[in-house]
Ligand binder design. Structure first.
Ligand code: G6P
Length: 472
């Protein structure tokens, strides 16, 4: 029976060493949460890194066995690979460039060499498990070279690639010394997907200008095959979040939070610690809001959850300090004996607690400087069973293309953010409900299952088209 092989750098499960032995936890980030609910079907398998360095063969064997029972297959990274491939090329070269922070990008040959080696390592892991007829689905910027490596080994195979982060404009992408090899790597796929049309358009423009291939109407002709490029905005498991919001556990948490927060209006912000998320800018906007709106002192709390991420990378360490300082400064200036303006948490939360926070939040403040999609805002919408609540969303998040009923802001415009926070706090309930209903319709319809099936159907379609063209 043909199967689907999903490959991403990070598995949806993180393995950690604890005093009691190995512990398995869900991974952070959009990709893991988004695909987490679908890979267990049939003989499908997910190949990826379990998130920890393992030295002992006995541990590796144990992890492999445990993961196999859950349809996962580990690729182990050495300490050097974690440093040069994961922290280095993936997160100090590609991540900043693709998020338009090219001033943070490090161009380092040793990183590039490690990136090629680790992509090869993933290729070998896929070859061990793949059979003819399988569908191979590669995910994200850590594995841009993998589609072409797989194509070389299995010229007839069906390969999809999806990029979960933005694809920058040609003028930014061309800054990368390895731009052509990266594009050639991606072009090993039959279908290349992005969250938005703009990302797809930027990619096509880079392919035509750097590789010199013809790219008309979302099709690239590389002389052997037609490769299709399109936008597939990713959704969430809507029913999971909607039903979680009405579960007993969530209700108990909601009651606990309401009791603790009394009559406070809650503004919620949830992100991984990342400079692309605009956390300092959001804090500055909240500070300015407090300065300009004394009538809200004592009445509004910003509940800010920051999930630790890539904490060995220099820019992330610096960002952590900036956030700590800003929160300290704002709280110490405005707090009273009975009110703390910002509740700041630096850790991850179990999903039931997130669900309760989404439920009690009057406003979700989602203001990235740049974001491929952003699933947090969709989770907020799905969790709002009473349909009351306002989403403030950055224009720079892919999700803003679908969610026209959010209050859209430019995260560089502090004044606009401040006015929008006030507008959201004063929005009549009726308007909140109308906007929320529209957004719920969209998020419910274009859910994760829809996303997977549209992508897979399109992949099948392009394969058929390639065959038809070959026999013409
Ligand atoms: C984003 C990326 C994912 C990545 C996640 C968490 O969502 O698109 O590929 O896994 O961030 O980042 P990390 O570096 O912890 O895997």
């Amino acid at each position: 029976m043909p199967k689907t092989i999903i490959i991403s750098n990070r598995l949806p499960i993180k393995v950690q060493r604890t005093e009691e032995g190995l512990a398995y936890e869900s991974s952070e980030g959009g990709l893991a949460t988004g695909l987490g609910s679908i890979y267990k079907q049939g003989d499908n398998v997910w190949i990826g890194w379990p998130g920890t360095y393992f030295e002992e063969d006995s541990e590796k064997k144990q992890v492999r066995q445990d993961l196999h029972q859950q349809s996962m297959h580990p690729v182990y990274l050495t300490e050097g690979e974690i440093r040069d491939f994961y922290e280095g090329f993936s997160n100090e070269t590609l991540w900043p460039t693709f998020h338009y922070f090219s001033q943070y990008a490090v161009y380092e040959d040793t990183y590039w060499e490690a990136y090629q080696r680790v992509n090869q390592k993933f290729c070998e892991a896929v070859m061990e498990l793949a059979s003819a007829g399988d569908t191979i689905w590669v995910h994200d910027y850590q594995l841009l070279l993998l589609p072409a490596m797989l194509r070389e080994q299995m010229p007839e195979s069906t390969i999809g690639f999806f990029q979960h982060i933005p694809f920058p404009s040609f003028e930014v992408f061309r800054l990368l010394p390895w731009r052509e090899q990266l594009l050639q790597g991606m072009l090993g796929a039959d279908l290349i997907g992005f969250h938005t049309y703009d990302d797809a358009r930027h990619f096509l423009s880079s392919v035509s200008r750097i590789v010199g291939l013809n790219t008309s109407q979302g099709l690239i002709d590389n002389g052997f095959r037609n490769i299709m490029v399109d936008a597939f905005p990713m959704g969430i498991d809507y029913d999971k979040y909607a039903s979680l919001a009405t579960s007993e556990e969530t209700h108990a948490k909601i009651a606990e939070y309401r009791e603790a927060l009394q009559e406070q209006r809650i503004i919620l912000s949830i992100d991984r610690l990342d400079y692309s998320k605009g956390i300092p800018q959001r804090l500055q906007a909240f500070e300015l809001f407090l300065k300009e709106n004394p009538d809200f002192h004592g009445k509004v709390t910003l509940s800010m959850l920051v999930v630790p991420s890539r904490d060995q990378v220099e820019m992330y360490k610096q960002l952590k300090e900036t956030i700590d300082e800003l929160v300290g400064r704002i709280n110490s200036s405005y707090r009273t004996i009975t009110w703390t303006p910002i509740q700041y948490f630096y850790r991850s939360f179990p999903i039931e607690e997130l669900s309760a926070l989404y439920s009690v939040a009057d406003i979700a403040l989602v203001t990235p400087m740049r974001d491929g999609m952003n699933l947090v805002c969709k989770e907020y919408i799905a969790s709002k069973v009473d349909r009351k609540g306002v989403l403030i969303l950055s224009e720079m998040a892919g999700a803003s293309r679908e969610l026209a009923d959010a209050l859209l802001i430019n995260p560089n415009d502090l004044g606009q953010m401040v006015r929008t926070i006030r507008e959201a706090l004063l929005m009549p309930e009726e308007e909140q409900i109308t906007r929320m209903e529209h957004m719920q319709e969209i998020v419910q319809r274009y859910n994760i299952h829809h996303w997977v099936s549209i992508f897979m159907n399109r992949l099948e379609y392009i394969k058929e088209k390639q065959k038809a063209m070959a026999t013409e």
